[in-house]
Design a protein around this ligand. Structure first.
Ligand SMILES: Nc1ncnc2c1ncn2[C@@H]1O[C@H](COP(=O)(O)OP(=O)(O)OP(=O)(O)O)[C@@H](O)[C@H]1O
Length: 553
């Protein structure tokens, strides 16, 4: 059993699979029974019933009774078919939703160390496109189930009517499916290639759309449009190659089936003198079976083509779960005395240290400026202090409590972070603020805005309810930074990390923010990362890094 099929079984749940198989079986039995009924019907019509010699007794019902029974079977079958289609759809939704839920939960629960190195465009491709392809794969499993069960029922009906003929037809069908196995394997390869194409398209799209300003100012519109078109073309080619495979299989099966049917009719009439009512019912069974064999082949190819999406999703889940964070500890660290770094070393890669052997103590309620040249390890140190990263060596201690295991995760709830590229969400200013503190009162929102020198919000159309577009791009960089600061303040943090948080504001706003931040000193410990400016100058002390090492504390 392949890995993809194992994950399908795991996600589908036994009761949903059982419902699907049961409904397919009822549908198939009804159909098989209806086809067998053709024998007494045709026999009654032609008067040839006496010639029919079957291993089971045939009912001598009137034509009206037979037709009524036939009708009842057709109605029953269409109702069962409807229920089966609904059950297949429920199965698809359940598998897709569960897979997406697991992937999102695994991603969000993973350590920042791994998350920060993942290619997020590949994750986006996976969560949107691959998961949809998983939906297709599930549809193929439903089709396979229905086709297999129907063929089984038709096979039994055929065996009951004419064992020799039935065996011959079954062998021909099996031979055809085996001969087309290569196309199923090819579909799997093409499915893998398609996954890679989707990842490339997402990466390309994301690069272009997030750099539109750059694209326009460098007059790269045509070149970007061309490279996007090239990506889409290679995806279309991958899709077309798969389509060629399925069309080829259908054509081969149809031609093979016509030949097999002609041969079977000839042998039945000339060699075995099969009575006309039986021959007619057998032909009806064969005519019904051929599209089912086709469905089996095309669903097999479809499954093989879509199954790599299952593997991709499971790979992501396994990778993220392998680095799952320890859940937050029950005891939440609080910073009321001191935050201590004790010989802390963090390596981004084996040969690349972010910070090395750093030790200092930060007194609670003070403002510290973390300075140093570009690449000296400031952001790495901020991520360590904020509980996003854990040291490879040494430890970080908050009021005597080491931030190891679940304590580091719990500590993050006491930290607020404002980064240089202030990240706002599409929606109102109010929604952006409440995101950090959902139960904040109106007064708290206004107070946070005032503390962050962001009173300009009151002047925006709608004030707090002013709608921002994606990423808050309808505001200037400085305005975004001040709203981001207000959002951070709403968390009432023990540690506030300001990573170049005033880089985009004008001198007047910087002074306003600096005095607001100074007012916070005492109630909150503040780490200001930057090179220069009023905020850095206002700090109580400077912690200076160079090449990941402490040069002043
Ligand atoms: N994900 C990563 N993988 C590998 N190396 C990394 C990674 N992130 C940072 N580094 C390296 O770690 C070192 C410290 O980087 P860091 O971002 O902490 O510096 P910084 O002082 O904040 O720089 P800047 O002022 O330019 O933002 C640099 O040499 C950087 O190239």
């Amino acid at each position: 059993m392949t890995q993809a099929f194992r994950s399908f079984l795991d996600l589908a749940g036994a009761h949903r699979l059982a419902a699907l198989v049961l409904l397919s079986a009822i549908g198939a039995i009804t159909e098989g029974f209806g086809l067998v009924l053709l024998v007494p019907m045709v026999g009654t019509l032609t008067g040839g019933l006496a010639l029919v010699d079957l291993p089971f007794p045939l009912p001598h019902w009137s034509l009206a009774t037979l037709l009524a029974l036939f009708m009842a079977l057709v109605v029953l079958r269409s109702l069962v078919d409807m229920a089966r289609a609904l059950s297949a759809q429920r199965l698809e939704v359940a598998v897709v939703d569960e897979l997406r839920r697991r992937a999102v939960a695994a991603l969000l629960g993973a350590e920042w160390r791994t998350l920060s190195t993942m290619q997020q465009s590949a994750n986006r491709a996976l969560l949107v496109t691959s998961v949809d392809r998983v939906g297709e794969a599930v549809q193929h499993v439903s089709t396979l189930t229905r086709a297999l069960v129907s063929l089984l029922a038709l096979g039994l009906a055929a065996l009951a009517l004419s064992p020799a003929l039935a065996m011959g037809c079954m062998l021909a069908g099996l031979f055809a499916l085996a001969a087309l196995g290569g196309l199923r394997r090819k579909a799997r390869m093409l499915g893998d290639a398609l996954s890679r194409r989707y990842e490339a398209i997402y990466a390309r799209l994301e690069a272009t759309l997030s750099a539109l300003r750059l694209v326009k100012s460098f007059s790269r519109e045509r070149a970007e449009a061309q490279s996007l078109a090239d990506e889409f073309n290679s995806m279309r080619k991958a899709e077309r190659r798969y389509l060629v495979g399925t069309s080829l299989a259908r054509a081969a099966l149809q031609s093979g089936a016509a030949l097999a049917l002609a041969l079977a009719v000839w042998m039945s009439v000339v060699l075995w003198q099969v009575p006309a009512p039986v021959l007619l019912a057998m032909t009806a069974i064969a005519v019904r079976a051929v599209p089912l064999v086709e469905a089996l082949q095309s669903a097999g190819q479809g499954w093989a083509h879509a199954a790599p999406a299952f593997d991709d999703a499971q790979r992501l889940i396994a990778r993220a779960e392998a680095v799952a964070e320890v859940p937050p500890a029950g005891v939440q660290p609080r910073l009321r005395r001191a935050l201590v770094l004790d010989r802390v070393t963090y390596r981004h890669t084996v040969e690349r240290a972010g910070v090395s052997d750093v030790s200092f103590e930060l007194e609670a309620g003070t403002i510290a400026a973390l300075v140093g040249p570009s690449g000296s390890g400031k952001s790495t140190l901020a991520d360590l202090l904020g509980g996003l990263l854990s040291p490879d060596e040494g430890q970080i201690i908050v009021d005597g409590l080491s931030l190891a295991g679940g304590h580091r995760n719990a500590w993050r709830q006491r930290v607020a972070y404002v980064q240089q590229e202030a990240m706002l969400f599409g929606g109102s200013v109010r929604q952006n603020l409440l995101w950090a503190q959902p139960d904040a009162s109106e007064a708290q929102l206004h107070h946070a805005l005032t503390s962050a020198a962001a009173q300009f919000v009151e002047e925006l159309p709608g004030g707090l309810d002013c709608q921002l577009n994606e990423g808050g791009r309808s505001l200037s960089g400085g305005e975004r930074q001040r709203i981001a600061l207000a959002r951070a303040l709403l968390r009432d943090p023990d540690l506030l990390i300001l990573d170049e948080a005033t880089s985009a504001v004008d001198p007047e706003s910087e002074l306003a923010i600096t005095s607001a931040v100074r007012r916070l000193a005492g109630s909150c410990t503040i780490l200001v990362i930057g090179h220069r400016g009023a905020l850095v100058d206002s700090a109580d002390r400077r912690i200076s890094l160079d090449s990941g090492r402490l040069v002043q504390a």
